[in-house]
Design a protein around this ligand. Structure first.
Ligand code: PMT
Length: 397
């Protein structure tokens, strides 16, 4: 694979040094173009040393090839713009070619991947968001920035993501993206279960279904046939969605639906928040206060652990669980991945109201047997969903 990195001016450039090194070590041919501003943060000598090549930074500097911008544009299988500044994104979205780097990009028909990194207010600026939407419509792949501490003392969305995420994004085969999971059947569970107390009351939890829906929708976008088994939620799917939705309430409903759905499935992702207990004796009429003397005791019995006991058909190659924890996140997740015999567990801290239940965002740690843990910092659940699916793709393909 011939990868052309276009490095534009931002503090996150030092992380791009690592990304270039990773791709060279992976056996790819790598060349680097730098903008004039980029050279103020990291010297061209750093990239030249890593790639064992010159760094391309101006029309003049490329005199051994009179049309260097076209030669580079034609050479690349993919162009990675990292870090991508708001200015460079604006140029790409509007077809502006006013320097060497932007001219190379506009002259190339290669797959383009953009990794923006900037201040949170710049990222949220409507003009930047319009430009990002334009690039997506033009078929450019965007790795959305992560949420967290930013260089200037700000905090928010704008960080260059961690190396593992960046490397997976750049390494994804060019012909993939929309067809990553084509031919694969993925079952996703979402939302919380409800265990009836009487005809009008139940024991439930705070799960909104957002994490599971994001996974199902991303899997569909990546070409999978998706069955989404969901507890009660207000969330809806697009009218033209191909996702097969199965609504359930109780753990018993979930178990029946899941056993049917996984029959010829390839991947199961269990994001549903499942009640560990149900009411031993569900009242057949609405319970009245007068029936009790100021105190009501309800006996609960344990529900089956669906994931641990699921009969797995031969087709089911990859099983992912979620661990919702309020304390000892990693220790508890480690215990669950073993007990439930999972290929991956996604651990989230549900004591933090910025993430986990109900929020549009999550921050998770991915645990897999024989792999170092991967932190996915706080981001929209749609972005977290995509990052989880990319890690699954790396393992099964
Ligand atoms: O829906 P949102 O508001 O977006 O919130 C998302 C979420 C916080 C619910 C989600 O990210 C999450 O953590 N889901 C798992 C919740 C949970 O039930 O965790 P657990 O640690 O209790 O269970 C571990 C795993 O075993 C889970 O995959 C669960 O689906 C499964 N399980 C649990 C109990 C049980 N009896 N049977 C099971 O199969």
């Amino acid at each position: 694979m011939k990868i052309l990195f276009v490095v534009t001016g931002g503090i996150a450039e030092y992380k791009v040094v690592e990304a270039v090194r990773f791709q060279v070590k992976a056996g790819n041919q790598v060349k680097v173009v730098m903008t004039q501003m980029a050279k103020q943060f990291v010297t061209p000598l750093t990239f030249a040393t890593l790639t064992n090549d010159i760094v391309y930074d101006s029309f003049e500097a490329s005199t051994e090839n009179p049309v260097a911008h076209i030669a580079l544009a034609d050479w690349a299988d993919q162009i990675v713009i990292a870090p991508a500044t708001a200015n460079f994104i604006g140029k790409m979205a509007n077809g502006i070619a006013d320097d060497f780097a932007s001219t190379v990009v506009i002259a190339s028909t290669a797959k383009k991947r953009v990794l923006p990194a900037m201040n949170v207010n710049m990222w949220n600026n409507p003009a930047v968001q319009r430009n990002i939407e334009q690039l997506k419509q033009d078929g450019v792949a965007i790795l959305e920035p992560a949420v967290g501490a930013l260089a200037e003392g700000y905090s928010g969305k704008g960080r260059f993501p961690d190396a593992e995420i960046v490397n997976a994004f750049i390494s994804e085969p060019v012909e993939k993206t929309a067809t990553t999971f084509s031919g694969k059947k993925i079952v996703v569970t979402a939302g919380g279960t409800r265990e009836a107390i009487d005809p009008v009351r139940y024991i439930g939890n705070e799960s909104s279904g957002k994490m599971g829906f994001a996974l199902a929708q991303k899997a569909e976008q990546l070409g999978a046939q998706v069955i989404l088994i969901t507890g009660p939620t207000n969330l809806t799917l697009a009218e033209d969605s191909s996702i097969q939705r199965v609504n359930i309430k109780s753990v018993a409903d979930l178990q029946v639906a899941l056993e049917r759905a996984v029959q010829d499935a390839d991947i199961l992702i269990m994001a549903a928040a499942v009640s560990d207990y149900r009411v031993a004796q569900v009242a057949d009429h609405k319970m009245k206060k007068d029936d009790f003397n100021g105190e009501l005791e309800i006996k609960l019995v344990e529900n089956p652990d669906i994931l641990a006991n699921l009969k797995r058909p031969a087709s089911l190659k990859y099983v992912v669980g979620f661990a919702a924890e309020t304390n000892d996140l990693i220790t508890n997740a480690e215990r669950k991945i073993q007990k439930k015999k999972l290929n991956m567990i996604v651990a989230n801290d549900v004591s933090n109201h910025q993430i986990g239940f109900e929020s549009n965002q999550n921050a998770v740690t991915i645990l897999r047997p024989n792999h170092a843990n991967v932190e996915l910092p706080q981001n929209d659940k749609t972005v977290i969903a995509e990052q989880i699916l990319k890690l699954i793709d790396q393992e099964i393909n």
